[in-house]
Design a protein around this ligand. Structure first.
Ligand code: CUA
Length: 380
């Protein structure tokens, strides 16, 4: 095929593409984008991280929505500010480039009277300088603010009068273990209690993150950014807030079947409430003899192999420490509320509420379940 005839073939095949093909592509993109919006509206996608729960449930008791824009802690503030800045800069670039593109497409489109190629321009120093220097400066500014934000989120400003609270967080499939090195014996699960700060008395919370199995990620959007929990490696993160309340979070790194039910509740108490809470949680469990039958089931039906209750013979470390279990609002890392009915359902078959979790159905009798529910409900 000669050069001439090949050119001719190309122009014929171009000519065969129907005129509406381009518009069809644009239409498909618009429909896809619109569909996404409708999806979001239907699933109540308002920035909440936990699935919409039943009315009055502990999972909903915090009216605060887990929005990354509604921040109350310095690391989360600096991430939000970085987001706004980067969006503004890239938004201006988008408008500039997009605007020039649209202008050129319209202003310099091919007209009937046009003959041959337009004048070709080579080696224009001003243009080459402009498209080298402008992106360089932009990237440099972005780099600097990112480095600053990373530094902000990694280490707290150590103020003279700060009274830090240290917590060791261990990620498990699929729950969180919390140990408080400053309160010997204090081990709890899933619900993190910390003191709030005051202007004259900052209480930064330092989290030491570790994992017992796979990679997890600790994320409470209103308090701080995500930080991974990596097996065999210690990571640090921190937050600090003056606003008391319950903050919800979520494991943010896919870690297996029940990743979505690896929920976090951070309870920010007043310093006094926290002190009382910590002293109470660190103390061993007082077992009411009235619930001896339940304790017996606990010891004999293998619960004891995985769970600890400080103050009893139970010292298992595979599952969550159940000392003072009744003081927690939720069970199974936030998957269900801590009520007698839900607890009974959980003991009957954990695989119904949390399929794939390590706790098997122990085929307990209804009598054993009722004894256990009474006993566990008494662990306040
Ligand atoms: Cu743990 Cu996802």
């Amino acid at each position: 095929m000669s050069w001439k005839s090949r050119q001719c073939a190309i122009s014929v095949s171009r000519g065969e593409r129907p005129w509406w093909a381009g518009w069809l592509c644009v239409g498909l993109v618009v429909v896809a984008l619109a569909g996404r919006r409708v999806d979001g509206a239907e699933t109540g996608d308002n920035g909440e991280l936990t699935p919409p729960a039943r009315q009055g449930s502990a999972r909903q008791d915090s009216t605060q929505i887990n929005s990354v824009f509604d921040t109350v802690s310095p690391p989360a503030d600096s991430i939000r500010d970085l987001f706004y800045l980067v969006t503004a800069i890239t938004g201006v670039i988008l408008l500039l480039v997009g605007g020039m593109l649209i202008y050129c497409i319209i202003r310099f489109r091919q007209r009937k009277s046009d003959r041959g190629e337009p004048p070709q321009l080579y080696g224009s120093q001003p243009i080459e300088l402009a498209w080298t220097v402008a992106p360089l400066l932009t990237v440099f500014v972005l780099l600097m603010v990112v480095i600053r934000t990373v530094a902000d989120t990694r280490r707290p400003e150590i103020k003279k009068d700060a009274e830090p609270v240290r917590v060791r967080v261990i990620g498990h499939r699929w729950w969180w273990e919390y140990q408080y090195p400053d309160y010997p014996g204090l081990t709890t699960a899933n619900e993190l209690h910390v003191p709030g700060s005051a202007k004259d008395r900052p209480r930064p919370v330092h989290l030491e993150l570790e994992s017992a199995d796979v990679v997890h990620s600790y994320w409470v959007p209103r308090l701080a950014g995500k930080t991974d929990l990596i097996p065999g490696h210690k990571n640090m993160m921190w937050f600090q807030t003056e606003q008391e309340g319950v903050y919800r979070g979520q494991c943010a790194e896919y870690c297996g079947t029940q990743h979505a039910n690896m929920l976090i509740r951070v309870v920010v108490d007043s310093p006094d409430t926290f002190k009382t809470w910590a002293a109470h949680q660190a103390a061993p469990q007082q077992v009411d003899p009235q619930f001896a039958a339940g304790l017996k089931v606990f010891m004999e039906r293998t619960c004891v192999n995985c769970h600890a209750i400080r103050g009893t013979e139970a010292k298992g470390t595979v599952g969550p420490d159940l000392t003072h279990l009744a003081t927690r609002k939720t069970l199974a890392a936030g998957a269900i509320d801590n009520t007698p009915e839900k607890l009974a359902g959980w003991l009957r078959d954990p695989q119904t509420d949390k399929p794939g979790c390590d706790m098997p159905s122990l085929r307990l009798t209804e009598k054993e379940i009722q004894d256990l529910v009474g006993f566990l409900g008494s662990l306040d």
